[in-house]
Design a binder for this molecule. Sequence first.
Ligand code: UD1
Length: 340
Amino acid sequence: MPRTVLVTGGAGFVGSHTCVELLSSGHEVVILDDHSNSSPEALERVAKIAGRPIAATHVGDVRDRRTLDAVFTRHPIDAVIHFAAKKAVGESAQIPLAYYDINVGGTTALVSAMHDHGVHRLVFSSSCSVYGDTTIVPLSEESPVAPTNPYARTKLTCERILADVCRHVPELRVLALRYFNPAGAHPSGLLGEEPHGVPNNLMPYLAQIAVGRREELSVFGDDYPTPDGTGIRDYIHVVDVAEGHRVALDHIDDEPGMRVFNLGTGRGASVLELMRAFQDASGQPITYRVTDRRPGDVAELVADPSNVYNAWGWAARHDLAAMCRDAWHFQRQNLYGYAP
Ligand code: UD1
């Protein structure tokens, strides 16, 4: 089992929950995060939940070679989990170059440093958005890819680069995990999703309405070819996503080369269904207004999660009610997130 794990973006939403999971299962954790969309406070809480310290935290940019060299020189890294990236679909259409620079440039810089420092295990944070606009659900890893926005194209580009590098470097082992929609929070109420600025994603937006920080939800389109006309997504509890990474590390040495797995539940929920589930969990009324579609959005993305189950005997366990309950618990305990 790889013991010391470098987690880039370890203070972020999925990153922080994954660090709890790694620490709790005996890994040493080294973090590299520039805190551009995360708070150092999250890391205090990670250590508190796990009851163990994080071995080291480096504040820096994953594209910076000197920072990477310092991290790999100072710590005996056995494996890397690469979360650090930008992830807002809408924003990616406004500033595509920044998305390519950070997401693709960050990945190539990291893999090149790994190679030079003799580190050959990588879990890469990919996305279901690589499947793009599809009418065939559920989506298996063999489904065609057709990303519809720059964010999704950066993730697919990274996957392709990693596959090419694996063909060239036989000792490299890469697991690309295509997450569907991570949501919810740690059941302790200490860790959750606290994006800087206005949330782009649905669940944190709902949580901020329920707690009184925002007025109403804009539902981005109700004319999709779905039963209620709103977009359907496969929401997966962030604790399940975190556990999926820990299990991935247990299996990273199973085979050399690059492998791709979906992390989803296989169950879809529409925007209005999630909104109602959040109302039920919080007991707070949520008002909404239907607006135009958001550029780059698609009608429906639901995982076929059977490959990961067949390979590792692992499946997501939490349902939508648990995601809403835990997201609400976090938001109520942390009205303004990690701000003091
Ligand atoms: C997108 C990516 C996903 C990625 C995630 C990371 C796509 C298709 N999906 O998820 O791969 O992991 O970003 O951030 O590129 N919605 C509203 N009102 C809001 C916010 C969202 O109606 O204020 C709707 C969206 O139109 C969508 C659903 O809610 O139908 C979920 O949106 P969101 O939470 O932003 O996630 P995705 O766009 O699905």
